[in-house]
Design a protein around this ligand. Sequence first.
Ligand code: 4LM
Length: 411
Amino acid sequence: MKNTDQRHFATQAIHAGYQPRAHQGALTPPIYTSSTYAFDSVRQGGEAFQGENDHFIYARLGSPSQQLLENRLAELEQAEAALATASGMGAITAAIWSLVKPGDEIIADLSLYGCTFSFLAHGLKPFGIEVTFLNLSDPANLARHITNKTKLVYSETPSNPNMRLVDIAALADITRAYDCKLMIDNTYCTPYLQNPLTLGADLVVHSATKYLGGHGDLIAGFVAGTKPDMDHIRMFGLKDMTGAVISGFDVALLLRGIKTLHVRMDRHVENAHQVAAYLEQSKYVKNTFYPGLQTFAQRQLADRQMRQAGGMIAFELNADRAQSAAFVDALQMILCAVSLGDAETLIQHPASMTHSTYSEEELLAHLISPNLIRISVGLEHIDDIITDLDQAFESVFSGTGFSNNGLSISA
Ligand code: 4LM
């Protein structure tokens, strides 16, 4: 995999956009904490506000730290430009506020991170923006529904929490015929495993809090796409609508995390393959959803679109909701926590936690099983991860018999 300037991903993750020689040899980029930037004259300041020079103005509009991060992220996503934000939700909301107006329609996939769903389903509604949720795993559903009113098509792939994929190239073939942008949340894959823009998407959005940061010590996000789109989102969605600007300190943590993304991701994937294989053969598990399994319903699409299957797995037990919760509670090393992509293996129950923004009826209608468990496979030794899963299964289910009345909703 090569990037736009023909260097490999691993090299760009470490070097892109930064020359120590230009910073007194400092290997690690300086952190700019300044909130404001001084001008030589009113004239120079005025020109900066008109976009007639490149002078920094005020940190809500950008800083040298943010600019370095954005250049590196754009390189990794093979985008013309990127815009870093204070959180993934900051990136999603800044971009969407900038792209739609009252009377427009957004078409979104059924299964989305809980707060993204809440923003689309409840946040935008009072502002006269129509949001229609469709199963975009079948592109024909989009082709049937899209009209000139549709200005944005939005999806995750794989989706949080149930691992459904959408065919990015097939969706782009449909949106291209309209004045409509395709925006893909690439958080689960990271730019190392999938590049939606090269498959035809117009915008890609990330929670950088996850694999990109990789150490559970920051909240950040970014959006990437064309330079005109990024300029517009920066000067409207970020500057005026959300103010969700990233701090210089978080830029530094994120740049540090990104340097090892490819190494960490390879191990996340290696461990996840083994955990998925273990879960699939377990008598306590009814369904395992992982793009790397031969039994994964969209395996061909995964092979075509993703470089590797990723570090996230969803599964359903042969058990009801209370027994599923008891299993999570019985884990000793694996932590019950939301978020993902950290060194620690994290497990959670979406219906109670990340996706509690969906009502019980909405969970069913949006193909999210109330019994689903989500695991973010970490970087611990694989034997210790599986030993912990094993002891939790045995302590909760062995000898007690286990019921088979769990709900199962397959993608
Ligand atoms: C979680 N997720 O799932 P910030 N897009 C996707 C996400 O998973 C998330 C965001 C955006 C979880 C957080 C608690 C696919 C977040 C939002 O949290 O605003 O950086 O990203 O556990």
